[in-house]
Write a protein of this length. Structure first.
Length: 150
């Protein structure tokens, strides 16, 4: 996992509308990595970020969720739950691996590789200022808001 004080990896990924999003063009942003669209925890997390998007925008931050789901899956997720955040598709795991959130996971005794739910706040210079590895879906957005004093 990456830590505060390190440079955030650069990425270029399509959003839920198929538009390329480049980290170099974002300015300050909150990025969170989640396992799968439309699952209970991932939906709660995306809804919380969407509900608080204006607070993040007022403080100058974009909010971006990233999973390995397809652009089409992200579009369905956005529409079904009326999400207002940017969702990036990373099926090749380029940003997921660069942020070191593709790791071995254990679920009911079964070991597999997957996305470890994590969130990061990146400043306008591209430096990670807050790192929340292995965060909880329901509490992540409130935690980040608190860390930013919002």
């Amino acid at each position: 996992m990456l830590t505060a004080g390190t440079k955030a990896p650069e990425f270029e990924l399509p959003d839920q509308n198929g538009n390329l999003v480049r980290s170099s063009e974002l300015g300050p942003y909150v990025i969170y990595f989640y396992p799968k669209d439309s699952t209970s925890g991932c939906t709660k997390q995306a809804q919380a970020y969407s509900a608080n998007l204006e607070k993040f925008h007022a403080a100058g931050y974009r909010v971006i969720g990233v999973s390995k789901d397809s652009v089409a899956s992200h579009k369905r997720f956005e529409e079904k739950y009326e999400l207002t955040i940017t969702l990036l598709s990373d099926p090749e795991l380029s940003a997921i691996r660069a942020f070191d959130v593709w790791q071995e996971k254990k679920n009911y005794g079964k070991v597999s590789m997957g996305v470890v739910r994590s969130s990061y706040v990146v400043d306008g210079e591209g430096t990670i200022i807050i790192a929340n590895p292995n965060t909880k879906a329901a509490a992540d957005c409130d935690k980040v808001l608190g860390q930013l004093g919002l």
